[in-house]
Ligand binder design. Structure first.
Ligand code: 6PG
Length: 236
């Protein structure tokens, strides 16, 4: 684990990270800022802070929103990561539709994985043949998954595809996810991890590589980890 910062509460973490994200966007002057956001509920607080504190910023015109992963359900479905981001953030910002690149959960998973890969390759700058996101914001599940790369699908960490189809191990729900190589090729990667449910995995990733080698999040390199006290309580 490269860089770790611990915050008293999820709210303080979200506020600090929102400021950090905005500064990154402001400092990117040469072209668009390609941001990929994760699903789950941890980003909710970040979305709320961005919508409240930075709603009127004119910098949003250069931000392109992408998704790290999506549940293959229609965009209005309760499980849709796009729906959450749209309601909590996108609808509140002065951004144009062309800058919102959702994974179309209503499509056939394999088809959408290919389509989204092509979109990313066409719009993002490349490094060594891989697309370069300016910032990828990740979460981590209680089982150590990140994006939709689950412990029983570790091959997605080394896939040669930009995006791939994943299957939730418990529900069987199909997902489209960025793969490990795409994620690791980003200019900046930040994990936002809060809550005591993540504490054991975080301890393994930080202190016990022998235990962490079965956790997908362990294989994301050069990431900055922003965690709250509850998630960090086993780090010692
Ligand atoms: C998803 C996410 C997933 C999420 C983790 C953490 O679509 O579910 O992309 O990887 O980041 O499961 O979820 P929470 O933020 O809800 O703890």
């Amino acid at each position: 684990m490269e860089k770790l910062a611990i915050y008293p509460t999820p709210e303080e973490l979200a506020t600090v990270f929102a400021d950090k994200l905005i500064n990154m966007v402001k400092n990117k002057t040469d072209h668009e800022f390609h941001l990929a956001i994760s699903g789950g509920r941890t980003p909710d607080l970040l979305f709320a802070v961005l919508a409240k504190k930075y709603q009127r910023e004119d910098l949003w015109a250069k931000v392109h929103f992408w998704w790290v992963d999506e549940r293959m359900v229609p965009p209005a479905h309760p499980d849709s990561n796009f729906r959450v981001a749209k309601e909590l953030l996108l609808e509140k910002l002065p951004i144009v539709g062309e800058n919102i690149h959702r994974i179309k959960g209503e499509n056939h998973p394999e088809t959408e994985a290919r389509c989204y890969s092509v979109q990313i390759q066409e719009k993002l700058p490349q490094k060594e043949g891989w697309p370069v996101f300016d910032l990828i914001v990740l979460g981590m599940g209680d089982d150590g998954h990140t994006a939709s790369i689950f412990p029983d699908q570790m091959e997605l960490l080394v896939s040669d595809q930009v995006c791939a189809v994943a299957t939730h191990p418990a529900s069987g729900q199909k997902r489209v996810t960025l793969t490990g190589k795409t994620i690791n090729n980003a200019a900046n990667i930040c994990f936002l991890v809060t809550g005591s449910g993540k504490a054991e995995r975080l301890r393994e990733i930080k202190n016990s590589p022998d235990l962490a080698d079965s956790l997908p999040a362990f294989y994301i390199r050069n990431a900055e980890w922003l965690v709250d006290v509850a998630a960090a309580n086993l780090l010692g």
